[in-house]
Write a new protein. Sequence first.
Length: 284
Amino acid sequence: MHIVKSTNKYEEWLRRRLSINEEDVQYKHERMADSPFEFMRATFYRWMQLWPEYCKELVSAPEVLTVGDLHTDNFGTWRDIEGRLVWGINDFDEAYPQAYTLDLVRLASSAALALSEDYSSTALPDLCQPILEGYRKGLRAGGAPFVLGQVADDWLLNLIIEMQKEPERFWEKLRELPKFEGELPEGAVAAIGQTLPEPGLRYRVAHRVAGLGASGAVGFSRSCVTAARCLPAKRRSSQPRPFIGLWRSRGRANLLQQDPHSSGPLPRPLFGGVRYLGGAPPLA
């Protein structure tokens, strides 16, 4: 199937299930043409079509709860419940039980594409080995995100601090977001209310395009403002997006036998709380 036909069929399927912002969909198409890396980020549906065809020997690997749409831009930082700065995977829209090899191959592919755009001469084996080693360590550690600043020389924390030295620009970008024009769903109002640090804070709902895989699906970005302080909002409340594998399988019931976000019998190497039944995958 040609990529144009594949894209059209997937988007038609999505429109029957979600409220879609067509301007954002057009923006996504434009971004897809920018570079191979952006194209990859925006087309996980295509990846799921071609993955069994091009990686036949990897599809039958042991199943875990995969991230699915894993790439280098799906790692980031946030504050945990204690206010500590945490680093880890921040996008689980396509999490589902699949061969553990899918996450490894997709992450390595995205890193190779990203480096190629920077004209890096890093060899592919030199790129894949650290990913493999990191995955092994993640399995042994339980797969949870980790708190930054717990070691004396935390290069990642130092890098993030350097990037955050201009908070004025961050707030300027938030304030530049256009106001959301439309009726705010009751579920979104409830979800936003639950994430506020205290009840009754005033907030503004803005229109923001974030990422490429979910572009077009209506979500909400908020900036909470009180007389005493301003609070940046990182979490997003949106419609539950149907799993792409369900579209690819034409809705076969076996894809719905387990809720990927519940604590089921499958290992969850990138989610934390890993429990292997019947032995660990070969990488552990």
